[in-house]
Design a protein around this ligand. Structure first.
Ligand code: AMP
Length: 220
């Protein structure tokens, strides 16, 4: 099963990718998490990427595509990609990389939500910088304020979740990522999901769309 998640920042892609991982064991690839890790570790890639990320712009395609190529080498055949592709150049590169392996995509899931809701969600989002897990302090708070339920470590607000940077990220989505909707619609693999529904309802919709069934006792 190979799935890509499309949708603006704050739509819940990371949360749902984590659920797919927990329920069905699909490997989760988040380009945002990978890039942030590179920034923390001050790798060459991290140093090249951090300015773009701080401004809310896309990191140059060549850097991100090379990173995905490295990830695909270590991945099993099933995965969910969250945050890649972000434009048509990246989508074409992914198609070429998967074609070379004989691994067609099964679905592109499009998360839809209105801009005011996304801005509000990002403003109340707290993140575990160690694994990318997020909370919403209003609708899905951690058990103890500022502390992750799982690893008991500190939660932070991402710098690029500040209002000025959020506006840029949403504009970048509209200008560069939105054209992918048409790209994937033409393949017949695009599935629209209303991202304003509850976490559980969105998860059910995605599971139904990709032809999987509920696993009793799953942790969500
Ligand atoms: P995210 O965590 O998906 O919101 O990504 C955070 C930031 O990482 C974005 O604002 C971009 O600067 C960068 N980024 C993540 N994925 C990509 C990508 N596929 N292409 C270019 N930049 C990306």
């Amino acid at each position: 099963m190979r799935v890509v998640f499309l949708g603006p920042p704050g739509a819940g892609k990371g949360t749902q990718a984590r659920i797919l991982h927990e329920r069905f064991g699909l490997e989760q690839i988040s380009t945002g998490d990978l890039l942030r890790r590179n920034c923390v570790e001050q790798t060459e890639l991290g140093r090249q990427a951090e300015g773009y990320m701080a401004r809310g712009e896309l990191v140059p395609d060549g850097l991100v595509i090379a990173m995905i190529e490295r990830e695909l080498r270590r991945l099993p055949t099933g995965f969910v990609m969250d945050g890649f592709p972000r434009n048509v150049v990246q989508a074409e590169a992914l198609d070429a990389l998967l074609a070379r392996r004989g691994w067609p995509l099964d679905a592109a899931i499009l998360f839809t939500a209105d801009r005011p809701t996304l801005i509000a969600r990002l403003a109340s989002r707290w993140t575990n910088p160690r694994n990318g897990r997020t909370y919403n302090v209003l609708t899905n708070p951690p058990k103890v304020a500022g502390i992750d339920d799982d690893d008991a470590g500190e939660l932070v607000q991402r710098d690029d979740d500040r209002a000025e940077t959020v506006a840029t990220r949403l504009d970048v989505y509209d200008a560069q990522t939105r054209p992918l909707i048409e790209y994937y619609r033409k393949t017949g693999k695009l599935v629209d999901v209303n991202a304003l529904a509850s976490v559980e309802a969105v998860a059910e919709r995605i599971a139904a769309a990709i032809g999987t069934t509920h696993v009793p006792g799953a942790r969500w």
